[in-house]
Design a protein around this ligand. Structure first.
Ligand SMILES: Cc1cc2nc3c(=O)[nH]c(=O)nc-3n(C[C@H](O)[C@H](O)[C@H](O)COP(=O)(O)OP(=O)(O)OC[C@H]3O[C@@H](n4cnc5c(N)ncnc54)[C@H](O)[C@@H]3O)c2cc1C
Length: 157
């Protein structure tokens, strides 16, 4: 990419230092890239999947689809570790969603409320009425709540 025409005007130069362990290969040769691919790996702070969710016949699964640990009563795992595979984007937002879903599961809500039309983002009650939610009063959440309340008709997706 860096060597492609559109990047010329930015004077972009690929990093010329050879990757450790791949010095013997010609820079940018197929062998060099193979060596780089095999020896360079990084988590960029996004490790997931150490307690994979999966069906009971999956020997690698740690939790079931309701995030309950197989073989242990009364224990759930609700964090990034339950992802069966890493997501293609950043991990924080999907993990917040896992947290929300896990909270619903604990409360016994397996499905979204029936009155929610498909395609509409459900708005939690405390966001619609921040006065009733002690922690949200005056805080940034209440402001978002008012905004959501105002634009409740917006369709998502
Ligand atoms: C430097 C950095 C930058 C990042 N940047 C981004 C980004 O820009 N965008 C993005 O989407 N993601 C980013 N991430 C990734 C994202 O922050 C994580 O994927 C996400 O926070 C993981 O959530 P989690 O709930 O699975 O785990 P964590 O957020 O790690 O939560 C684990 C919690 O468990 C607690 N804990 C640990 N052991 C115990 C114990 N024995 N008892 C009780 N509590 C315990 C910890 O204190 C912690 O609060 C970044 C991560 C890092 C480290």
């Amino acid at each position: 990419m860096a060597l492609s025409k559109p990047f010329h005007k930015f004077n972009v130069k690929p990093w010329s230092r050879k990757w450790y362990g791949c010095e013997k290969y010609r820079w940018f040769s197929d062998e060099y890239f193979e060596c780089l691919t095999r020896s360079y790996s990084a988590t960029i702070y996004h490790p997931v999947g150490t307690a994979k969710m999966g069906p009971p016949d999956d020997p690698m699964a740690v939790v079931d689809p309701q995030l309950r640990v197989y073989g242990v009563k009364g224990l759930r795992v609700i964090d990034g570790s339950i992802m069966p595979k890493i997501v293609s984007g950043n991990t924080n937002a999907p993990i917040i969603m896992i947290g929300e879903k896990g909270a619903d599961l604990i409360k016994g809500h397996l499905y979204p409320p029936v009155h929610v039309k498909p395609g509409y983002a459900p708005i939690p009650e405390y966001l619609k009425n921040p006065e009733t939610e002690k922690n949200a009063v005056g805080g940034p959440l209440s402001k978002i709540g008012h905004l959501f309340g105002k634009f409740n008709f917006l369709k998502f997706g």
